[in-house]
Ligand binder design. Structure first.
Ligand SMILES: [Zn+2]
Ligand SMILES: [Zn+2]
Length: 648
């Protein structure tokens, strides 16, 4: 008998040679029907593979990452089978699962394929799926595998086979289709009940543009039709919320080829929004003891050689700037940290001076290939809400907690309510690759975990994900479309204090190295604004909105009163504009709704006579008639609820 440990800790005793599917059946018939694959000692397996030793076993469904990718990989095989049925003789390259579905790179030879051909393939896939064909694994010798694909005339698989060792090669067959594949797969095709082939793209064999261009077919599949419908609706919504589209409509930012791709230009409304985010963060930072500093956009090359950033960003990034003086080389700064280290060194520090917290909205430049650029999320110049905390090892936990509080405050003010915290620690097996003493690492890792626990955060711990210079904590935030974004990194660093020889005098009168914490709750303003646009669909929280209200005179006769209203509202710190166009009021309301301006103030004869405004809230409708004083209170109340004073 062998022992199987399940995720909840229960241990099952089973016969040697039992499969994961047998285990599933022994638990319940329902589970056996839904399970797609098994994670055995952390590795994803076919359900019908025999277990011959004590293991940990996790039965995977579509909800699990491993279950889903196995399902999508199996769908790629099914798609290949369907294509072969219609286009015999096609050559198949690779067909992996991806984050949202799967693809297969295919050499269609002389066949012409277009989007309209995809429908019949989807139907064929569903027809083949209904046959509930099992995915059958077979060990095969290298010679037999080569003979099979020579016969089939598939040079891509033959090339892949060259790199494989005899004795490690497996085939998977379902229905009439056999593929060179290391697996794993779902039990049978019957699980695949909904399929959508998304699009056709070109892809070079092995990603090399000197190679032949193949046709890449992207698809996605689900267990139920309903899941597919929901997924497609979400994609549609994501398109509507695309920050590149909304950024243009809301007049927030633009790009100019003349200025250079990947270098965003903030328009007045966008710049105002950015300023408000900066003010908001500065206020919170001031009340928690950060000291603002400012540093230039370039630095001497030696600075980045010292920090190690030249090694990391040098060759593949913006090249050094030369001056008329020979031998002088500067770099656009890729990181603010080296500058802050030099600020720390500007005066001697004692243990009583620590922690020191330097904050700067620092703009940094990193080269990205033009194909990688994407709106505000992948750019070549961006501004970080950066800060570096220099502290003693015994202050680390408390400093960490303070940063967590700040991040949580930011999330609350901006309506990010769904997130988990990922703590990245050292690889358990390979401790040699990390810099810093074992003792400090242990303390730092324990401090981070404790800080996250004490703050009651939902935490996942990832071993081996730490940087070589220190452990870190990331907030993984879900947006309104259920997509995950990494925000608010807090990173411990033992490396830079070493490289810059930072020190303070301890109570023992000896020199000690401080620990450094890097933190940026927004990450970069560019990426953060992109996320904010897509999360809110452009309906920013009231405190942040470029225009909080729009005054809509029902005819030109009241334009003058409109301007007066707006000027009076400025006394209450309320921002807005007047729609002075000679348009019908219905049209003005519709336009204001499209622009997502939170409040519309309609004024006509009655309002003018009584010194009032009729208020409409965007997306909600009429609120009634109010004096300006009353209206200002409505706005202020809503803002205050979000921006409760942040203090520590
Ligand atoms: Zn495969
Ligand atoms: Zn840093």
């Amino acid at each position: 008998m062998i022992n199987i440990t399940l995720p909840d800790g229960t241990v099952k005793k089973i016969e040697k040679g039992t499969t994961s599917m047998d285990v599933a059946k022994s638990i319940s018939e329902g589970l056996a029907r839904n399970v797609l694959a098994a994670e055995v000692n952390g590795e994803v397996w076919d359900l019908n593979r025999e277990i011959n030793e004590d293991v940990t076993l996790n039965l995977l469904s579509f909800k699990d990452k491993g279950g889903k990718s196995t399902f999508w990989h199996s769908s790629a095989h099914l798609m290949a089978e369907a294509f072969e049925a219609y286009y015999p003789g096609i050559k198949l390259a690779i067909g992996p699962p991806i984050e949202n579905g799967f693809y297969y790179d295919i050499d269609f030879g002389s066949y012409e394929i277009s989007e309209k051909d995809l429908v019949k393939i989807e139907q064929k896939m569903l027809e083949l799926a209904r046959e509930k064909n099992e995915f059958i694994r077979k060990d095969i010798s290298k010679n037999d595998a080569i003979a099979y694909f020579k016969e089939k005339g598939d040079e891509y698989k033959l090339e892949l086979l060259q790199d494989l060792e005899d004795g490690s090669i497996t085939f998977y067959t379902q229905g009439n289709f056999t593929d060179l594949c290391r697996g794993p797969h779902i039990p049978h095709t019957g699980h695949i009940k909904a399929v959508k082939l998304m699009n056709i793209a070109g892809a070079y064999w092995r990603g090399d543009e000197n190679n032949k261009q193949l046709t890449r077919i992207y698809g996605v599949s689900f267990l139920k039709n309903k899941e597919l419908t929901e997924y497609l609706a979400l994609l549609e919504e994501a398109k509507k919320r695309d920050h590149r589209k909304l950024g243009k409509e809301l007049e927030l930012f633009t790009f100019s080829e003349r200025v250079g791709s990947g270098l965003p230009l903030w328009l007045p409304k966008g710049a105002a929004l950015r300023d408000r985010l900066i003010d908001f963060m500065k206020k919170a930072q001031t009340s928690t003891g950060y000291l603002p500093v400012a540093t230039p956009h370039i630095g001497h090359k030696d600075l980045y050689v010292c920090s190690g950033h030249y090694d990391k960003y040098g060759e593949d990034s913006f090249q050094p700037i030369n001056t008329p003086n020979e031998g002088e080389e500067f770099l656009l700064k890729p990181m603010n940290c080296p500058h802050h280290c030099e600020i720390f060194k500007a005066s001697p520090k004692s243990y009583k001076d620590l922690p020191v917290r330097y904050a700067e909205f620092g703009t940094v430049y990193r080269y990205e290939q033009s194909g990688e650029l994407h709106g505000l999320t992948r750019v070549r110049g961006f501004t970080q809400d950066d800060a570096h905390i220099f502290c003693r090892q015994d202050q680390l936990e408390n400093e960490f907690k303070k940063v967590i509080d700040l991040v949580l405050y930011v999330f609350k003010a901006l309506d990010f309510i769904d997130f988990v915290v990922q703590v990245s620690l050292r690889d358990k097996e390979n401790r040699a690759k990390y810099i810093g003493s074992d003792e400090n690492w242990e303390k730092a890792e324990a401090a981070i975990i404790k800080a996250a626990q004490d703050k009651g955060l939902k935490t996942v711990i990832e071993y081996g994900e730490a940087a070589f210079y220190g452990p870190k904590l990331d907030f993984m935030v879900k947006d309104a479309l259920n997509r995950s974004w990494q925000l608010g990194t807090i990173q411990v660093d033992y490396n830079l204090p070493e490289r810059f020889e930072l020190e303070y005098t301890g109570s023992d009168n000896k020199k000690h190295r401080p620990v450094m914490i890097h933190r940026a709750p927004f990450g970069s303003l560019e990426r953060f604004v992109a996320l904010l646009i897509e999360h809110t669909a452009g309906k920013f929280p009231l405190w942040l909105n470029p225009e909080q209200c729009i005054v809509l005179p029902i005819s030109e006769k009241f334009n003058e009163y409109g301007v007066e209203v707006l000027n009076l509202l400025k006394n209450y710190d309320i921002r807005g504009l007047v729609d002075e166009r000679n348009e019908k009021i219905g049209r003005k309301i519709r336009d204001a709704e499209v622009k997502k301006i939170p409040f519309m103030l309609i004024i006509g004869e009655k309002e003018f006579a009584n010194n009032q405004v009729s208020v409409r809230q965007q997306g909600k409708g009429d609120l009634g008639t109010f004096s300006l004083d009353e209206f200002a209170k409505i706005i202020q109340k809503e803002i205050e609820e979000k921006l409760i004073q942040f203090e520590q």
